[in-house]
Design a protein around this ligand. Structure first.
Ligand SMILES: C[S@@+](CC[C@H](N)C(=O)[O-])C[C@H]1O[C@@H](n2cnc3c(N)ncnc32)[C@H](O)[C@@H]1O
Length: 554
């Protein structure tokens, strides 16, 4: 069994594991990866433990795209082939150092062999010692003497340790600036510096570092950034159309999979700690007995609470983790319309539907904004919206640097259009339903509370209702000077550092009347910072309907 497999993670709600280079783990004297700027904004730190080698494509919110060919999700580290004998494995620390050296500039061409492992290990020890000594000396000069160095004098270094120390130090100062702050230094100076340091240390653009930093207290922000450096647990969802969780667990345990129930909140989830077989290619996987699915991705479906025989729209469905869960809860009754505007991704959706034995689902590929013109009158609609992915940075670190200010204008814009289409596609007079669930795998307020607020302002025929999820943090009723609907606390937020699952947001609406009752609040446009022809058309249509209802001429 490979060392990677010993890397167990705790169950949700008990996040304890930190990455080896973590800020809470003492000094970090590692060098950044080749080709990254240190005193710029986008330097990346070396990950001491690489994520699991996963050959199956992982969707941004934790699903795995599967087109029938890419089935080889492997928990087994590729290096295992080099070290077939468990007894002769190097230790975790040794392997971390080996992975460092493999990524470092000057040692990139080293030919690592089992035979020269010991020599290399000694060399690494010596190198680590030199770096630690250098770091200590640097700290003495830069930090110990002055406690907190402002403005940045340590920026030019390639050594992250001083930056890490300064993050800790500023965090301490900001916890009680009156007592710990230097005279003449304002809070904003410290805040500016810590954001720059976070951006350098964790490898974020300064823009995103600031945006995410502003969502939390200083200490919690650091916990959030830290948690994004750690892979979330591998979780699977039992497909109850084909098996029961107990039977699935027994079958997988017999194959050498070490697993446990995911948590009290789900009867179908299992957490995989390690496995002697590739979890994406077991006979049970191929037979559709389970879906590899992030824990957070269960939540919107639990909130949607589909009832047998209902007609349900999954507006942005690929690759189908949630669609197939909906179908399972419907026990293959009723009808699911699984839509995704991206035709290529819809292929993975079709493959998953077949593998899992789903027989009540129609796959289509429209722009979600075209609903309900395509078809409407649904009992429930799930909108798992396209988003920036700030909740899934541990899976997709490219988010750290590739999201710009424009993304946080464009994405909320389309999310707002999609949410109105989702609301308008639901039949308020459904005997069993009349619900809409809005979800994203992002933690930003722009993509969550602000979108929900917009929907509430534009469609007074919906109201927020409890999600039915018995854990999760409340959505923001107030955020940085903005006040949202007083019921926003019914929405739920999930964080990697709190729940040990991907960052996620879930809101549930009940539609109370089919005709949109419009609140023509002129402030809405300003608050939402959004207006569009599409939206105007909806307003005019509903106004016309409203007038007709009142007997006036449209
Ligand atoms: C978060 S992913 C959905 C994940 C999916 N619900 C699941 O559980 O597997 C968002 C999806 O929205 C799709 N999408 C983006 N813009 C869309 C639009 N205008 N209409 C419908 N789908 C859209 C993307 O192709 C992407 O597959």
């Amino acid at each position: 069994m490979g060392r990677r497999q010993r890397n167990k993670q705790p169950a949700p709600d008990s996040l304890k594991q930190k990455s080896g280079h973590g800020i809470n783990k003492g000094t970090d004297s590692r060098k950044p990866r080749p080709g990254k700027k240190v005193n710029g904004h986008a330097k990346k730190i070396v990950q001491p433990t690489e994520p699991e080698k996963i050959s199956l494509f992982r969707d941004s919110d934790g699903e795995f795209e599967q087109d029938g060919l890419r089935l080889n999700f492997a928990l087994v580290d590729e290096r295992d082939e080099e070290f077939p004998d468990e007894e002769s494995f190097p230790s975790n620390d040794e392997m971390d150092e080996v992975s460092d050296i493999m990524f470092s500039d000057d040692d990139g061409d080293l030919d690592l062999k089992y035979a020269n492992m010991e020599a290399m290990s000694s060399r690494l020890d010596a190198k680590a010692q030199i770096e630690a000594d250098e770091a200590e000396a640097e700290l003495k000069t830069n930090i110990a003497d002055k406690i907190c160095v402002l403005p940045s004098e340590i920026e030019e270094t390639t050594n992250l340790a001083p930056i890490q120390m300064r993050i800790q130090e500023i965090s301490r100062i900001l916890s009680d600036i009156k007592n710990f702050g230097e005279q003449g230094r304002s809070r904003s100076e410290y805040v500016l510096q810590i954001i720059r340091d976070i951006s350098v240390y964790y490898g974020y653009s300064e823009f995103l570092a600031e945006k995410l930093f502003n969502m939390f207290s200083v200490q919690e922000a650091i916990e959030f950034f830290e948690a994004n450096e750690v892979a979330r647990p591998v979780t699977i969802r039992t497909n109850t159309l084909k098996t029961r969780r107990r039977n699935l667990a027994q079958a997988l345990i017999a194959r050498g999979v070490n697993l446990d129930p995911l948590g009290k909140w789900t009867k179908v989830g299992l957490q995989v700690f390690d496995s002697q077989v590739p979890i994406g290619a077991t006979p049970e996987y191929l037979a559709g007995h389970y879906m590899i699915q992030a824990a957070s991705s269960f939540l919107p479906v639990i909130a949607l609470a589909p009832q047998p025989n209902e007609r349900i729209l999954d507006m942005s469905a690929a690759p189908g983790g949630k669609t197939t869960y909906i179908a399972a809860l419907l026990k293959n009754t009723g009808c699911v319309f699984a839509n995704d505007s991206n035709k290529d991704r819809a292929k993975g959706l079709v493959a998953n539907i077949h593998r899992l034995g789903v027989r009540n689902t129609v796959v289509c590929s429209y722009d979600g904004r075209e609903f309900p013109k395509v078809i409407g009158g649904f009992d429930r609609v799930l909108l798992d919206a396209p988003c920036s992915g700030t909740g899934v940075i541990s899976k997709d670190p490219s988010v750290k640097t590739n999201k710009t200010e424009k993304d946080f204008i464009d994405l909320p814009h389309i999310q707002k259009q999609l949410i109105l289409a989702a609301i308008d596609s639901v039949d308020a007079s459904s005997k069993t339903g009349g619900y809409i669930v809005y979800a994203t795998c992002s933690v930003t307020v722009d993509e969550n509370e602000a979108v929900v607020e917009y929907a509430l302002k534009k469609r007074a025929n919906v109201k927020l209702v409890p999600t039915g999820l018995d854990f999760g943090k409340e959505g923001f009723v107030r955020f940085r000077g903005k006040t949202f609907n007083s019921k926003m606390n019914l929405t739920r937020r999930y964080y990697p550092h709190v729940h040990n699952m991907d960052g996620f947001f879930v809101a549930k609406f009940k539609k109370v009347e089919n005709t949109p009752i419009l609140v023509l609040d002129m402030n809405v446009e300003e608050q939402g910072q959004f207006d569009s022809d599409e939206d105007r058309k909806y307003i005019l249509e509903s106004l016309s309907r409203l007038r007709k209802r009142k007997g006036a001429r449209a």
